[in-house]
Unconditional design. Structure first.
Length: 733
């Protein structure tokens, strides 16, 4: 089953409209909640015309800092309580940014609530704030945590001794995730027990965060997320909509439905912060790089420290003896930025891979040859062997598929039908992440295996792929597997983020199924009426739903359950990896990363600067592919995101920190008509040093490098180096 292009098990439900998303659950007489957001970036709420608005038709209540139920602060919460903002909503009158929740209107219908929200007049006592994302210098903080400041060798010395160097600054605007499904939920209390139907990348995280602020045992909070219309990072951390719905439902003793507006998504669910990156690469004329300096400036929220780690991949990608990687952040009166698809690596790769192209151009070397000259045979920053690295194979296969040999080394040297043609490439990488979790396995007398674990499918194919993995491990067909996901009543799983989930849950399911099989076989050999009575477990195997012995005795697996006298046989198992956490594991014997290469062809109108991308090719080393259909779709999707990053996406703010293009008419994301030929391939080799099935994550790597490949192709076509995304026609004429 593993690897086969099984169609999505949730496909028919999704296309026929019967898949139930969070807000579609039926609850008795719900109230509709609409949040009202601040219009100043710093100060406090002075007054609200609550009485007036509560008189409006259908309005039940206006909740604000003066009357909201009090919650426990997130300020000292442990890291597993992963919040998007440290300040829970409506707990005090302080305002830190434009778009902060200052009130919540509850009404009998959504229309009444929206209307009443618009009639709410909030007066402020305003103070001088700073929401200017265009000035990232001055009054910055240098975080110590993680690998954000990293020195190896002596960069300054390397620079002094080098014969060649390039230095450039790259800027990437703020960007918003904009999933199709807007953040929403239903909150429903039954005594002290709360049920939340939400759209989250981590049901256990939303459970932990809710339990934390309501000061209750997580057992009292059930979070259900069966279908999610995209997350991309904005539904991983915990945001205010869930808290608001839960507060209102508690205070008014009725189920509450909340659905943010598209505009709210620009203030209340995170974003990728604007970054300014300065890179210096030093080396010799033959293409050996001796030193690299990568400095990142960005911003974060006043209270919630989020750091966009652009320099992380620089430590990993090339064999460079002298490295200096640093990050600085300016706290601003803005909603907190947060993880957005390939956080760190996506913006970091635009800068690094553009700078690498600049160096190759300067010494007139082929960009792939240049990268191969600096190929990292071991992980550069910790010197560990790779668990498996097939980047060289990616370069070769990608160059072949794309026809890289047709590239002209000199820019502005290739015309086709009056258009400038350019070829560009960039390397892609993303860390391989794997955490732990638990799963319950239940087999019935029909031989159907039910698999329960509290993970969620954010649209990536988790329902399908986990079924394939479980079936493969059990030795049954995937039609005999019944997956049950997206509910905190199941054993604790893990968040869908950092491209970890297939490696995480896939591995702990395989480990559990192996033990479960052993237990079932033990049961069988102890049953007097079993054809395998008193056999040895080593002589038995399970294939295609049959237990088979080496001497040819066979029976259906469900027969073991039938004879047991019980309806089902079940088993719960939990496995940990490393410290059970996530991210870089310094105790691991290997360094585990995925790699790839992106090739882009651009076609540019020399008079108008109009850019089209006739071809994008990506070849990836992501370990074993679990499902060649959903897997390819993930990689296509990442590359489409990279296209958007390169040419379209940009959130503009005014100097106070107000988003001025908070809708999909003015925040441009790619559509089908933008995307021409898209080719994805991979080196399908299992990385068993990393996961049980040999797969690594694939959700994010597709975006990494794509913007740089396009920018490098633009340079190749025009001789113009655009270092400021998105690349728009005005920058080319
Ligand atoms: Mo992803 S940005 O790690 O949810």
């Amino acid at each position: 089953m593993i690897g086969s292009p099984k169609i999505r098990v949730d496909g028919p439900e999704k296309v026929s409209g019967t898949a139930k998303y969070a807000l579609e659950y039926k609850v008795d007489s719900p109230l509709y909640a609409v949040p009202v957001k601040s219009t100043i970036n710093r100060g406090s709420v002075a007054s609200i015309n609550v009485d007036e608005v509560e008189e409006l038709p259908g309005v039940v209540k206006v909740i604000h800092a003066g009357n909201a139920m009090k919650l426990k602060s997130f300020k000292n919460a442990p890291p597993y309580v992963l919040v998007g903002q440290k300040r829970a909503p409506l707990q005090d009158k302080q305002v830190d940014y434009i778009g902060q929740d200052v009130a919540l209107v509850l009404a009998e219908t959504l229309e009444d609530a929206i209307w009443a929200g618009r009639q709410l007049k909030v007066e402020y006592s305003q103070e001088q704030g700073d929401g200017n994302i265009y000035d990232l210098k001055g009054k910055t903080v240098k975080p110590e945590q993680g690998m954000l400041q990293f020195e190896m060798g002596a960069f300054a010395e390397a620079k002094n001794n080098s014969s060649t160097s390039v230095e450039a600054t790259y800027t990437i605007p703020s960007e918003h995730h904009n999933p199709m499904e807007i953040s929403n939920c239903i909150a429903l209390w039954d005594g002290d027990r709360l049920t939340v139907y939400d759209a989250t990348q981590g049901v256990n995280n939303y459970q932990a965060c809710t339990a934390w602020c309501f000061e209750t045992d997580p057992k009292n909070v059930r979070v259900i997320s069966k279908y999610i219309g995209g997350g991309f990072g904005c539904k991983g951390s915990y945001w205010s909509h869930t808290v608001l719905a839960a507060i209102a439902a508690k205070m008014l003793d009725r189920p509450v439905k909340i659905n943010l507006s598209r505009e709210d998504m620009f203030t209340s669910a995170g974003h990728r912060p604007r970054t300014l990156q300065n890179i210096t690469i030093t080396g010799d004329q033959d293409g050996k790089v001796t030193g690299i300096q990568h400095k990142t400036n960005s911003y974060t929220n006043i209270e919630q420290k989020y750091f966009e780690s652009c320099g992380n991949l620089t430590r990993v990608l090339y064999d460079i003896p002298n490295m200096s990687v640093s990050h600085e952040y300016k706290p601003l009166n803005l909603p907190s930025p947060v993880y957005m698809r390939a956080p760190g690596e996506a913006p970091g790769s635009f800068a690094l891979e553009s700078a690498m192209d600049e160096y190759a151009a300067k010494i007139k070397m082929d960009p792939i040859e240049f990268r191969l000259k600096n190929y990292a045979e071991v992980c550069p920053f910790d010197k560990k062997p790779w668990s498996l690295k097939k980047l060289r194979e990616c370069y070769a296969k990608g160059a072949e598929i794309f026809g890289w040999d047709q590239r002209k080394q000199e820019p502005k040297n290739n015309m086709r039908d009056g258009k400038l043609i350019g070829y560009g490439m960039a390397t892609s990488t993303y860390p391989a992440n794997r955490a732990g979790g638990a799963v319950r396995l239940v087999m019935d007398a029909k031989g159907i295996l039910t698999v329960q674990t509290a993970v969620q499918d954010i649209g990536t194919g988790t329902w399908t792929v986990m079924g394939q993995i479980a079936a493969d491990a059990m030795g049954i067909s995937s039609e005999m597997v019944n997956m049950e996901l997206g509910d905190t009543d199941f054993p604790q799983g893990f968040v869908s983020g950092g491209s970890n989930l297939t490696a995480t849950a896939g591995s702990y399911i395989i480990i559990a199924v192996k033990k479960f099989k052993e237990k079932l076989l033990q049961l069988s050999i102890a049953q007097e009426k079993s054809p395998h009575y008193q056999s040895s477990v080593e002589d038995l195997s399970i294939q295609e739903g049959m237990v088979e012995s080496i001497n040819g005795n066979k029976e259906k697996i469900g027969e073991i359950i039938k004879r047991s006298g019980k309806d089902t046989y079940d088993f719960t198992d939990k496995s940990q990896v490393g410290k059970g956490g996530f991210g870089y594991n310094k105790d691991a014997p290997y360094s585990s990363h995925s790699f790839g290469v992106i090739f882009a062809e651009v076609e540019i109108d020399p008079d108008l600067g109009v850019i089209t991308v006739p071809r994008l090719t990506g070849v990836f080393d992501v370990g074993k592919i679990m499902n060649s259909k959903t897997g390819k779709s993930q990689l296509y999707g990442g590359m489409v995101w990279g296209y958007g990053m390169a040419l379209l996406e940009k959130t503009d703010y005014n100097p106070e920190g107000r988003v001025v293009n908070a809708d999909l008419a003015e925040y441009h994301v790619p559509v089908n008509a933008d995307i021409r030929e898209l080719t994805v391939d991979y080196i399908d080799e299992p990385d068993y040093n990393f996961s049980e099935h040999g797969g690594r994550g694939i959700g994010e790597i597709g975006i990494v490098g794509t913007a740089a490949a396009i920018a490098n192709a633009v340079y190749n076509a025009t001789g113009k180096r655009v270092r400021d995304l998105p690349i728009t026609m005005d920058k080319l004429i």
